[in-house]
Design a binder for this molecule. Structure first.
Ligand code: FES
Ligand code: CO
Length: 338
């Protein structure tokens, strides 16, 4: 097992753990990241905190206790912890003063961005990955998921970058078995002010029976896929006419363990006709078709070892992603030669 503590590529990155609007002041959210249980909570001033979900006294989950007056109370012996993580009170020893209370909870870096709450367990090496379409006021934003997947995060990203499965896994929606050919597309590294640094596939054309959630007949779509972090990919749908906008789908993965993942999807769309619920249902349908595929690929961790799997020329974005992960020195959720 590759310990996340030995993998700076993932330890020092930001990972999504929840919907920001879903956590009200005075509420706590138990979650998990890189094999570690966390409790994320919002104080009465609106600030979010991310703590290890483990009482320093006897290891009880703090998230099972009460949050009162910006103090988290452990349900086992009632020790309470303030915003700075320091123990403020031990009910069995009520005379102890602040200076005598040495226990403290482990705290982690946390921030809100793109409507999600992000946690970094190490020392943040970057900002939260850019998602420029979210700043476009003309686009409508919908948050989908989260989806629980019994597979590694890199397998899920790679599936998101893959067009050749549309006719099989998403037949009748994103593809058709009479139209399976994948046209050549270009893959290159990029570094720009909009998206930052990463790899992208451009000129990805596919014929789709329902090129958008409102379509009643088939048509071509042109996609650009960007990988901007080991566990973040953004798909943009290039506008087909002068008066339409570039739409985007962001896939942001929360690695729970090496082989279990929570997927958060953000849509930035021009579709103003359908309800949020209808757009989420469409996304649920697509994602739940992909889920049994990625859960049954063997091995669950993405093999970065040359020759472990056979690729074809239409897999060049997937191969570029594997090279990118090697360059980023990712070890968690992948199989490397060593
Ligand atoms: Fe938390 Fe004892 S385990 S107070
Ligand atoms: Co799919």
């Amino acid at each position: 097992m590759n310990s996340p503590l030995r993998d700076p590529a993932i330890l020092n990155d930001w990972h999504p753990v929840g919907i920001a609007a879903g956590l009200a002041a005075g509420q706590q959210l138990p979650t998990q990241l890189l094999d570690l249980s966390l409790v994320v909570w919002r104080d009465s001033n609106g600030a979010v905190h991310a703590w290890e979900d483990r009482c320093p006294h006897r290891g009880m989950k703090l998230s099972m206790g009460q949050l009162e007056d910006d103090r988290l109370h452990c349900p086992y012996h009632g020790w309470s912890f303030g915003i700075d993580g320091h123990c403020r009170h031990i009910p069995a020893l009520p005379a102890l003063q602040d200076a005598q209370l040495k226990a403290r909870v482990t705290r982690f870096a946390v921030q809100e961005c793109h409507g999600l709450i992000w946690v970094c367990l190490g020392t943040p090496a970057n900002a939260v990955p850019a998602f420029p379409e979210l700043a476009d006021a003309r686009l409508r934003k919908v948050w989908c998921g989260p989806y629980e997947v019994l597979s590694s995060a890199p397998r899920i990203i790679e599936n998101f970058l893959d067009m050749a499965h549309f006719a099989y896994v998403h037949e009748g929606i994103l593809g058709d078995r009479a139209m399976t050919a994948i046209r050549d597309y270009e893959v290159n590294a990029f570094d720009d002010a909009e998206y930052g640094r990463g790899i992208r596939a451009t000129g990805c054309y596919a014929w789709q029976p329902r090129p958008n959630s409102l379509a009643t007949e088939g048509g071509d779509v042109e996609y650009t896929y960007r990988v901007v972090r080991p566990l973040t990919a953004i798909l943009t749908k290039e506008p087909q006419s002068q008066d339409s906008f570039r739409e985007a789908i962001g896939l942001h993965l929360q690695p729970l363990t090496e082989t279990t993942t929570r997927a958060w999807i953000i849509l930035a769309m021009t579709n103003f006709e359908q309800s949020d619920e209808a757009l989420r249902q469409f996304q649920d349908t697509i994602f739940l078709q992909d889920k049994p595929i990625v859960e049954n690929q063997q091995p669950l961790r993405l093999p970065l070892v040359a020759g472990a799997e056979v690729s074809a020329s239409c897999d060049r974005m997937s191969l570029a992603y594997r090279r990118y992960l090697k360059d980023e020195k990712l070890r968690y959720g992948v199989i490397t030669a060593e």
